[in-house]
Design a protein around this ligand. Structure first.
Ligand code: TRP
Length: 382
């Protein structure tokens, strides 16, 4: 039995109460410092995304040299991805919200990988039809956030394999079984699809450099659970003649049922707000969500509530507080006991309904051009 304070973070398992500073030490990553934030603020024309100001993106690798390069006229590209195991929920938008902001502010291209192969290999309960279906549905949701059709490119693994494979051949030769076993904790019974898969997740990091025949730096906004893949990528990059990808890691967003029941586990439907949940379902989930409130109104007025453990506060923090001033007000009035949980839920619900309404409209529109973003052919043979 693991000790109660033990936590596990790998691409295939997130469990326990995560100590994020400790995790950064274990993974050997750098902090997102106030200096870095000031730098980004400047490069972005005097603005910072809420996910940066509110401490969700807290860890990085090689972000400083990447920004130095950008400031000196060396543009980079963004890369993130999604394993389509089912509908997206609001926390899945974290890497894409930040990527979109970076694309808009810095004018850089975005590459998105949809890993319908990975999720078929990793989740025994899913059929191929299902992972392919969710892959396309998830892609619509991601693009509908507002990505620029001209600067956004998609690797939909099962459909893009001809484009990915020439590089995957070279990447796979550099990664040994003992590497993947050590990094992902694979067992002898793990299927060989997953053993190979990390090569495919590395390929987009190098793809633009390969396609353009020059070195193009890569920045990956992702959940910190994905870092193990990219440690392998970074170890082999130079041996293949490509730059090591830089990373910007987010914390994992707490689920609606409370701390330690991470929303990424995906098997507890009430733990998250899925983008295809109808409004009454969203409302029901919110009403029963875990909060940092007190047992009685009287106690809460007197002692205040605890935002840090509250799943509703996590919603305000990651997406639904439209300004930092609004977020600060929610936090302050929660802590002081002025704001009661029922009212707070009502307010966030309005914001969520509004987002769902706008998103549904945007989502219909992207269907016209989503397919055209999928890369299906290799730029060259070798
Ligand atoms: N493995 C990721 C998942 O399970 C999907 C993914 C592919 C990804 N490429 C990525 C995530 C790059 C972040 C960055 O969801």
């Amino acid at each position: 039995m693991p000790a109660p304070d033990e936590f596990v973070v790998t691409p295939y398992e997130v469990k326990g109460k995560i100590d994020y500073d400790r995790l950064r030490e274990l993974f050997g990553t750098q902090a997102v410092t106030p200096e870095i934030l000031a730098r980004l603020h400047h490069l972005a024309g005097g603005e910072l995304h809420p996910l940066l100001t509110r401490g969700i993106y807290y860890s990085q690798r090689d972000l400083v040299p990447l920004l130095d390069g950008y400031a000196n006229g060396r543009p980079f590209f963004l890369y993130s991805g999604r394993g389509p195991s089912g509908p997206l929920h609001t926390s899945h938008l974290v890497p894409f919200d930040l990527s979109l902001w970076l694309q808009r502010r810095l004018g850089v291209p975005m590459y998105i990988q949809i890993t319908d192969d990975e999720k078929f290999w990793a989740r025994s309960g899913l059929t191929r039809e299902e992972t392919a279906h969710w892959g396309l549905e998830n892609l619509y949701d991601i693009l509908a956030l507002g990505f620029d059709p001209k600067r956004t490119h998609v690797f939909f693994d099962s459909r893009s394999i001809a484009a990915l494979y020439p590089l995957a051949i070279r990447v796979a030769r550099k990664i040994s079984f003992s590497n993947v076993k050590a990094v992902f904790g694979f067992e002898p019974s793990t299927n060989i699809g997953l053993v190979f898969y990390t090569a495919l997740q590395s390929v987009p990091c190098f793809w633009p450099s390969w396609a353009e025949g020059r070195s193009v730096p890569c920045l990956i906004p992702c959940g910190i659970d994905q870092d193990p893949h990219f440690r392998l990528t970074r170890d082999i990059a130079e041996g293949l003649g490509y730059p090591k990808p830089a990373l910007l890691h987010s914390k994992m967003v707490q689920g609606l049922l409370g701390e330690g029941t991470m929303s990424t586990t995906g098997n507890r439907a009430d733990d998250a707000l899925f983008l295809n949940d109808p409004p009454p379902v969203v409302e029901r989930k919110l009403r029963s969500a875990f909060t940092g409130g007190r047992a009685t109104v009287e106690e809460q007025r007197r002692l205040g509530a605890t935002p840090e453990i509250c799943s509703i506060w996590a919603l305000w923090r990651t997406r639904f507080a439209e300004s930092d001033a609004k977020f600060a007000e929610v936090t302050r009035t929660c802590r002081s006991g002025e704001l009661l949980c029922g009212d707070c839920k009502g307010k966030v619900l309005e914001r969520i309904h509004e987002f769902y309404r706008d998103h549904a409209v945007a989502r219909e529109k992207v269907k016209d051009w989503a397919e055209s973003t999928i890369i299906t052919t290799a730029p060259k043979a070798l």
